[in-house]
Design a protein. Structure first.
Length: 512
């Protein structure tokens, strides 16, 4: 694509000598001619211009195009339009034409036309700083700089912070406003190429949010985006900002842009047609079809409803307490994660779709938790519930439920890789499982066994205080910093308590 790049000091034009040396090197390597692509800055124009004159005298065929794609200026200024990110499109197309064997004159002629159809404007949330010195300008945390340059020059306006959508609208409106001196006229039906450029400090996530806003806004104006390039094409060190480049392109120019290059900054994006992808992403998210059996009724459902109601109410009440415990060891969201599951269960109760047997009920809960809870605990609860459900296919008696609980715990161990004693939610649940094995079908001792299981679970949860975390998030923390019980274990015990409390209540007579 390019045969050479001549670097100066940071943000400084290279000296004439370096440029002349590069031109002579190309000539000696057999180049038919040399084209200099220069951004419109005084120092660059002068030094490249001098080198051009110097090497021309030596008989080398050399030309220069100056890129001035800046759309920031509202009135005519002495400084003139600067060269910005649009330059990379000029590099690409000039390189492609050269590969095709076009003459220097043809290339320059075409580039001059392209240069008149090209515009760029940027915005930033934070300035850049030249290595070794401070920021090039100062921005308050709630301010943005509009229409800045790539060498740390301040922009044309400072505005209060606004959303990505609003920022993009503002930039595009400014760039295309016919009353502004340096505008690029863009109308409905125009075919354009878009670059959403990272000025250096944006994350991939942020850049793609901005790109999405730009595509949305341009499409709302019925502009046809032929190509969209998103990435770090022309950066200003670590500046937290973005620039948009728009270029009108015909079929021939698109072919030049699409032509192959091995330039690492370009290769991966050459064929992206973002527009189509964005459109297909606008398909609304459809809930997977519900394949469960229809909702049941009768004593089982009544009991299940009161248990689920008690569990979800408990978890919602404990949200802050669990978050607080989790702040010590993890990221402080254990309560929030459980609350999400609780909300999903409440929604199930409101929808009235509680299945009429244990097998379907656990599958249904497993599915709901998988969809809504999130996190490691969400995945583990979901796997456990689905594994547990298998025990209740033909049987709904107490020993089947105890076996189900046990299968759930085994699945949790298998997939989670934890054992009792590792300071996880497994500690309280496994302690309960040991006790629940005493559940028999004859004795009618279920509530008593459950009460004992709960006691064991609560004690085990409390005992996690003194355990060293071996798996999970807490394992990254030195144990001396952990002085309180594991939130997952506490939540497990609380769920068991909720189940017991609900089962101890007399089933209300349902009157239809
Ligand atoms: C480049 O900037 C100068 C002023 O520095 C201005 O006079 C000139 O018109 C600009 N070039 C282009 C191509 O816009
Ligand atoms: C001088 C001038 O006409 N400036 C305009 C440039 O574009 C912005 C944004 O659309 C307008 O608000 C200005 O009036």
């Amino acid at each position: 694509m390019l045969s050479g790049a001549i670097a100066g000091d940071v943000f400084t034009s290279p000296p004439t000598g370096s440029i002349s040396a590069a031109i002579r090197t190309m000539d000696r390597a057999g180049a038919a001619a040399v084209l200099l692509i220069v951004k419109n800055y005084t120092g660059d124009r002068l030094n490249f211009g001098l080198a051009l004159e110097e090497t021309k005298v030596e008989g080398i065929s050399v030309e220069m195009v100056v890129v001035a794609d800046d759309c920031a200026f509202t009135t005519k200024k002495k400084t003139g339009r600067r060269g910005l990110c649009g330059t990379v499109l000029i590099h690409k197309m000039a390189g492609a034409m050269s590969e095709m064997g076009k003459s220097l004159d043809e290339i320059v002629e075409r580039l001059k036309i392209i240069l008149s159809k090209l515009g760029t404007m940027g915005i930033c949330l934070s300035p850049c700083s030249v290595p070794g010195s401070g920021p090039t300008f100062h921005l308050e945390t709630d301010e943005m700089e509009l229409g800045l340059g790539i060498h740390g020059e301040a922009g044309i306006a400072r505005i209060k912070i606004i959303s990505a959508d609003e920022v993009i609208q503002k930039i595009i409106d400014h760039m295309t406003n016919p009353s502004n001196e340096s505008h690029l006229s863009v109308q409905a039906g125009d075919h354009i190429v878009l670059i959403v450029n990272n000025l250096g400090g944006l994350s991939c996530l942020e850049l793609n949010i901005v790109a999405n806003s730009a595509v949305k806004y341009l499409e709302s104006k019925e502009v046809i985006i032929e190509r969209a390039y998103i990435g770090s094409f022309m950066t200003a060190l670590e500046m937290g900002g973005t620039s948009l480049t728009l270029m009108h392109a015909d079929h021939e120019e698109l072919k030049l842009l699409d032509s192959h290059t091995s330039a690492p900054g370009w290769a991966t994006v050459a064929k992206h047609r973002l527009v189509r992808k964005c459109r297909s992403l606008n398909v609304p998210y459809l809930e997977p079809e519900n394949t469960d059996t229809p909702p049941g009724s009768g004593p089982f459902v009544d009991k299940a409803r009161s248990v689920l109601d008690m569990i979800s109410t408990t978890l919602l009440q404990m949200e802050e307490e669990l978050n607080e415990l989790d702040r010590e060891a993890g990221d402080g969201d254990c309560g929030t994660t459980h609350a999400r599951a609780a909300e999903a269960i409440k929604n199930l109760l409101t929808s009235g779709a509680v299945p009429g047997n244990g097998h379907q009920l656990l599958l249904c809960l497993g599915r709901i938790i998988r969809e809504h809870m999130g996190g490691t605990s969400g995945a583990l609860y979901s796997i456990s519930l689905i594994a547990a459900a298998q025990n209740l296919k033909d049987n709904n008696n107490p020993s089947a439920w105890a076996a189900a609980f046990n299968s759930g715990i085994e699945a949790m161990k298998r997939y989670g890789g934890a054992e009792p004693g590792d300071r996880t939610m497994l500690d309280s649940l496994a302690a309960a499982a040991d006790e629940l094995r005493k559940m028999t079908d004859e004795g009618g001792n279920e509530l008593q066994v459950l009460a004992e299981a709960l006691q064991k679970a609560a004690a085990a949860a409390e005992a996690t205080k003194d355990m060293i975390a071996k798996v999970g998030r807490a394992s990254y923390i030195t144990s001396t910093q952990l002085t309180r019980p594991d939130p997952g274990a506490v939540a497990g015990a609380a769920i068991l308590k909720a189940i017991l409390t609900a089962l101890e209540q007399p089933t209300p007579e349902v009157q239809e």
